[in-house]
Every structure is written in C-alpha cells, then in structure tokens.
Design a protein around this ligand. Sequence first.
Ligand SMILES: [Zn+2]
Length: 202
Amino acid sequence: MIEIADGVFVRRHTELDLTLGHVTGSGDSLLVDSGMDPALAREISPSRVVLTHNHFDHVLATEAFLPCEVWAHEDCVVDERLLDDRAKYYRDPFEGRLVAPTHTFRDTVTLDVGGRRVDLHHFGPAHTSHDVVVHVPDAGVVFAGDLVEQGAPAQAGPDATPSNWRRVLDLLLRLDPRIVVPGHGDPVDAAFVREMAIPEAT
Ligand SMILES: [Zn+2]
C-alpha cells in the first residue's frame, strides 16, 4: 500500500498492472475494487468495497472481504459471464464465490467513511455501461476505474461506449482532482486525463 494523500492509499499489482484504492477514515475504511488477490483481506478490513465496474480483474476477490457492503452502480451485474472473460487470461479455475453488489446507486451517492466524505458518481456509459468514479474531496483524489489507464492505452471492449468517453472524462475533471488513480497503472494528474487518447470501439 502506497499512501498518495492523507489516509488514501493505492495498492499496485504486477498482475495486469492492476491498481486498487483504500480510503481510510476514523476506524473505518473503503476499498476501491476488490481485485484478484484474496490475501489483501489479511491486511485490511474495509466495511465497504466499491466496484468501479464488473470486469473480472476488479471484482473477483470480493468474497475475501465479507462481511462488508458491496457498492456498485445499479447496472453492475456480477455473474458467471465474468469467468468466461477470466478464462481467456488464466487456465486455472476460479476458486471462490462471485459476490454481487449489496448496495447500488444511479447517479451519485455520498458515503461517510469514519467521518470522511466519499462520493460515488456515475457520469454515463464509457468503459462500461456502469462505470463508478470514487471521489475523496478532502484529499483531491479521484479513483477512475478503467476510464483511465496509465502505462497502456485505455481499453474499449464490446461493452464500451467510446463516443461518450470524453464527456465522462470532462465531468470527472470538473471534480478538480489533484490525483487521478487509474484502474491499471500509476496515479496521474488532471493534465494526463485531459490529454489521454480515447480508445476506439473494438
Ligand atoms: Zn475494465
């Protein structure tokens, strides 16, 4: 865990260059994406996991953090189809249980994480139909999920809406972030997001 702002951490993984986030308040914390490594649950016990979107690499370890609330956009479906995508990358079977969201929202919701305000936003379809942006206003940190990637181009799969991507990023930038944490790669700044290339539909 690397502290990028007061009480805000990122965990970088060599696996797929994945980046998770951990926002801590007084006696409470929130994890941004559960990722693929259940061992993280031996280090932290968040009361909430927020899923930025339903791609397998961001959600498969949720079970390890139970009991906790699992937050996502209302269109975020976690089901067996994720495992078909995983099977394209990994030969070994997925050991564990898929965990669906327990708490959902449509546009915006504000959470209290041990006295600290954390806002979840959905700005419309882009990387998926249900991307969640996690904003920690007092730290100037935004977790962007796969709307932003560093070290590799952002990815638009069959479930993406590239035509709306720039608009979504503009709304994200209106949060005036000091640090933007991508779903893959190292944290970046607002200028990086402003200048990044929008992927084309594949
Ligand atoms: Zn993704």
